[in-house]
Design a protein around this ligand. Sequence first.
Ligand SMILES: Nc1ncnc2c1ncn2[C@@H]1O[C@H](COP(=O)(O)OP(=O)(O)OP(=O)(O)O)[C@@H](O)[C@H]1O
Ligand SMILES: [Mg+2]
Length: 532
Amino acid sequence: MTRRIRGISGPTVSVEFSGLKLYERLYVGHAMLTGEVVRLDRDRAVVQVYEDTKGLGIDEPVNIVGMPLTVRLGPGLLAGMFDGLQRPLKRLREDMGPFIIRGKQMYALDHMKRWRFSPLKRKGDDVRTGDILGYVEEGAFKHLITCNCDGRIVWITDGEFSLGEPIGKLEDGKEIFGCHEWPVRMSRPYKRKFPPSEPLVTGQRCIDFLFPIARGGTVILPGGFGTGKTILEQAIAKSADVDIVVYVGCGERGNEMADLIDEFATLSDPWTGRGLMERTILVVNTSNMPVAAREASIYTAATMAEYYRDMGYHVLLLADSLSRWAEALREISSSLEEMPGEEGYPTYLASRLSGFFERAGVVETLSGRIGSLSMVLSVSPPGGDFTEPVTQACLRAAGAFLMLDTSLAHRRHFPAINYFQSYSLYEKDIVRHFNEQISSEWAGLMQRCRELLQAEERLREVAEIIGVEGLQDADMILMKVAEMIRIEFLCQNAYAEDAFSPPEKTVSKIREVVEFYDSSISRLREGVSRNQ
Ligand SMILES: Nc1ncnc2c1ncn2[C@@H]1O[C@H](COP(=O)(O)OP(=O)(O)OP(=O)(O)O)[C@@H](O)[C@H]1O
Ligand SMILES: [Mg+2]
């Protein structure tokens, strides 16, 4: 079915209305640009176009696809690199060189590749939506193939197949395939959700020790320009203790993403020793790519992440940066001539954001497994002003707030996490876990570490007035030890071997410092002067 373009305004076009549905996918113009209906008025439909609208003309045709914006889910996503609309970038480059031709459609998954299917159900079995039919080996992972309809199996394969061929058939004649489409804006179903209570070890001492985060939790990393958001996101992507990582480069510099791709290809996962890319999916929608697709990119990533969660895996979604996503939302909203809210962002910014955060969590999947989707999202408030709307909206929705501090970054204290103003709502449960699993001293040491840092802060004010020499010996020792905590414990150079610190190393490192402090103080009490 074809409609005509009636008007164009930036990334949106208006189209003849009849028969269109909200969030329906369309191909716009002769170039067949992917678009989505975002508003239906009395006499026209407004379509958000996910590619550059340059050169589009009035009266060009608009083709209806008959379904919403979807992603393709099946074996072959891991180690993949996609754009915001899930086009496979590696295969696009092989096909047409380094520049994506607008309107080029390509399946996200390779339909020629053959996979070995091992069935877990047999002919005659009754299956329901969400039941596991069998699996394929995708690298080191068992990629479970689930059923998306109910019925009795009359045929199921046991052998090689490609994604274009059916792997089974139901009594009612319905064929089952190894891949399927899922609308990006709809979260995938699960049986129930649990509160996050298991640790997500990041390998970053400051996070794991002072602000521990949970699998299934949501974390925001707000920080001004150059405070180390990208480096920290990438460090977490490399060393987080999860099965699968989905990393979205959302509106940030392309060269950073290129570096990440080169680096990931050579590194291995510190937990399993396997190649890092084997567990990673990259979604690339950098600043030089169409702005509107940025809006879709985080949903594309979340849907792929949920798909692996549904197989019972622990998945981590990282996005850098959510502010660029919000800017895309603002641009689209203004071209739709919607009523602007604070700082020009649409009034539904907060609800959109919290709706997105809702997709994280620990769930019991339809097949009865436990999987989790955690989110670590960076936010770049302009001018480092944390009162701006995106940071505030994230703050209300997220479970942990790791504030990156410009003054720490200036002092080259990286990761520049402000250890006084950050917080994690998961702290209580996770510390209990670390206390039981890693070391019974964990909670006590954490308390001591915080006290020393706070005492240093108070003493620093005193020292500014009377000078460091005026401090008592015990205070001098405290200042020295707190400095050791900051420089040797909390700082972690992302380019050195120390970039990854497992919990055992973290706790032994802080134990050494605290023991050093205690022995110095007791020696002092025994009358040994600091000059001896
Ligand atoms: N953990 C770290 N170890 C060593 N150096 C770091 C670390 N984190 C940040 N840096 C230094 O800070 C610089 C800026 O970091 P990064 O690009 O991550 O900041 P950003 O907050 O993402 O900046 P922008 O706002 O421009 O996106 C890096 O080039 C690096 O030199
Ligand atoms: Mg950055």
